[in-house]
Design a protein around this ligand. Structure first.
Ligand SMILES: *[C@@H]1O[C@H](CO)[C@@H](O)[C@H](O)[C@H]1NC(C)=O
Ligand SMILES: *[C@@H]1O[C@H](CO)[C@@H](O)[C@H](O)[C@H]1NC(C)=O
Ligand SMILES: *[C@@H]1O[C@H](CO)[C@@H](O)[C@H](O)[C@H]1NC(C)=O
Ligand SMILES: *[C@@H]1O[C@H](CO)[C@@H](O)[C@H](O)[C@H]1NC(C)=O
Ligand SMILES: *[C@@H]1O[C@H](CO)[C@@H](O)[C@H](O)[C@H]1NC(C)=O
Ligand SMILES: *[C@@H]1O[C@H](CO)[C@@H](O)[C@H](O)[C@H]1NC(C)=O
Ligand SMILES: *[C@@H]1O[C@H](CO)[C@@H](O)[C@H](O)[C@H]1NC(C)=O
Length: 489
């Protein structure tokens, strides 16, 4: 897959590694800084359009801001140079931050070098041809009642957002020392034991972003999902880091770090995620509906539910798809806080609508195809390779409804070395109405941690086999042994 990275001069400094060959020499010829794509609003649902308009006031006096012009290494040209310091003493920096972005968010570099900037309300910023260099932390307040009422609506699964960035040709650079501190502990305690508690906001949403790079950017203690890219095109997450840990709860307790996803994509095309490190209690990376042309390389996931295709087909009558995905060089482990529930897994909803999102729903359709998963190492994962076509998060509805119509096909899984904690190693539970097909495993060695139920080591329900698909030992079985997926599957 070739990605068109239009802002290569901008990237020359911050992006060090070359995920696959997308940053190859040919691309360097692109002259990007002058390119002006303008708003990419046509991609965006009208319900989300308000999120594309930045907050802030260009005319406002911002005391801690210096503005000048100078040569920008990032741009390779003259640009605005803005430096915003924190007010300090625990003061709220939100107004200064949004006003600075309103003023400096075009053709500029914005430096934020103070250790901590306090953010006390949801923020929307817009960047065009600009770099935000944040070597400190945007520290979000943890006034839960306030956030539940005021966070932005995503318009998907009834979810909320704390910070939105839109625009084109921009870089968010955490300089390997900064990013977002979501003050998540309060949220983990608030939501303990319950999935998708209403009002928990995602830390950083790219919405309607085009040619965007997030690099060397940490998100510690995310309130909910750390990153999401929505209605965006050509997005790179390079050397990002997410870590959600909790001082309450314990390893065997389920769901106490639930919904601390690392990076999710939704209605987004052309995404690279490389050199990503995650620790938490939910999906390390998840591809939500209409995620296409995605390369994920060199990712380490510690604790949680692994790399998820889905959940998908949650909305009755709506067509969803996931297409052209490469995962390569992936490592998964449990953490000292949280089990490794799944490794790489695929999850689509039941075939009828039961309840409402986020935890209910179903009845959607569509397909996931052309997926390649290569070079995966996993240690002590409960279900290393798994697929369900009968998903619901409503505890009382498990196993009661017909499987969905979503079609899983053309998935190659190659060179996997894994150990599981129990008997389950490969577990593909496809739908009778839409059997999985063209699933190929090659050089996949998953060693079960237990061998008292060999009949469930490799389970394939409603998988259409093809010659040499590597699933010769895989048999149907409806056993519910070790099927309690503890969390989000
Ligand atoms: C996540 O943070 C915890 C607590 O600070 C730390 O012990 C752990 O090593 C971190 N995980 C990773 C993968 O860096
Ligand atoms: C993989 O990512 C990690 C974390 O960012 C980094 O330290 C390491 O150098 C990367 N490995 C390669 C081969 O790029
Ligand atoms: C996903 O894409 C399909 C095909 O383009 C479209 O019909 C559908 O509405 C999209 N789904 C969502 C959730 O946007
Ligand atoms: C499958 O995806 C790969 C990249 O992920 C792409 O190069 C290829 O063209 C896709 N194949 C089809 C048939 O779409
Ligand atoms: C999967 O492998 C088969 C056989 O080698 C190949 O024909 C097909 O293109 C591969 N598909 C993907 C998605 O990599
Ligand atoms: C599993 O259950 C389905 C639906 O009840 C049934 O059609 C199928 O034959 C069962 N398979 C096995 C192996 O028991
Ligand atoms: C399915 O698994 C159950 C329980 O693990 C076992 O008793 C049964 O014999 C298995 N059925 C088949 C068809 O392998």
């Amino acid at each position: 897959m070739r990605l068109q990275l239009a802002l290569l001069p901008l990237l020359a400094t911050p992006v060090k590694a070359a995920p696959l060959d997308i940053f190859d020499a040919g691309a360097a010829a692109l002259t990007a800084v002058e390119q002006w794509f303008g708003p990419h609003d046509e991609l965006v649902d009208p319900d989300r359009a308000h999120l594309l308009v930045a907050d802030g006031d260009e005319e406002a006096v911002v005391h801690e801001l210096t503005v000048s012009q100078g040569f920008s290494d990032y741009h390779g040209a003259m640009a605005g140079i803005c430096t915003l310091r924190a007010r300090g003493g625990g003061a709220d920096d939100t107004d200064n931050f949004v006003n600075t972005m309103k003023r400096c968010g075009k053709n500029s570099v914005i430096f934020m070098n103070s250790p901590v900037y306090n953010i006390r309300r949801p923020v929307k910023i817009r960047l065009e041809n600009s770099v935000l260099s944040l070597s400190g932390w945007l520290k979000f307040s943890d006034d839960i009642e306030y956030w539940v009422q005021h966070a932005f609506d995503l318009g998907f699964q009834n979810q909320k957002l704390a910070m939105v960035v839109s625009g084109s040709n921009f870089v968010l650079n955490g300089e390997d020392t900064g990013g977002i501190d979501g003050s998540g502990q309060a949220w983990y305690d608030y939501a303990r034991g319950v999935g998708n508690v209403h009002g928990r906001p995602m830390s950083l949403a790219l919405i309607g972003a085009r040619n965007a790079v997030v690099t060397n950017w940490g998100i510690r203690q995310p309130q909910f999902w750390a990153h999401i890219a929505v209605d965006s095109d050509n997005v790179v997450y390079e050397s990002c880091y997410v870590n959600a840990t909790s001082t309450s709860g314990s390893f065997e307790e389920k769901s106490w770090l639930q919904n601390t996803d690392g990076i999710d994509t939704y209605r987004t095309n052309d995404v690279v995620i490389s050199n990503f490190v995650y620790q938490g209690g939910d999906d390390c990376i998840a591809f939500k509906p209409n995620s296409t042309n995605i390369v994920v390389q060199n990712v380490t996931c510690v604790g949680g539910t692994g790399i998820a295709f889905g959940s998908i087909a949650q909305y009755d009558g709506v067509k969803d798809l996931i297409e052209n995905v490469v995962l390569k060089d992936i490592k998964l482990y449990p953490s000292d806080q949280c089990r490794g529930y799944q490794g790489v897994y695929f999850k689509s909803w039941i075939g009828e609508e039961v309840g409402h999102p986020p935890n209910g729903g179903g009845g959607g359709y569509g397909y996931c195809r052309n997926v390649s998963v290569e070079d995966v190492y996993m240690e002590d994962i409960d279900r290393p390779l798994a697929l369900t076509a009968g998903l619901t998060y409503l505890d009382d509805e498990h196993g009661k409804h017909k499987y969905g119509m979503f079609e899983w096909s053309h998935i190659n899984i190659t060179r996997v070395r894994a150990t599981s904690t129990g008997n389950r190693a490969i577990w593909l539970d496809c739908s009778p109405t839409q059997p999985c097909h063209h699933i190929r495993l090659k050089d996949v060695v998953v060693t079960p941690g237990k061998s008292d139920h060999p009949e469930i080591h490799q389970v394939c329900n409603f998988v259409m086999h093809s010659e040499g698909d590597g699933l010769e030992g895989c048999k149907p079985n409806n056993s519910t042994l070790e099927s309690d997926t503890g969390g989000t599957m």
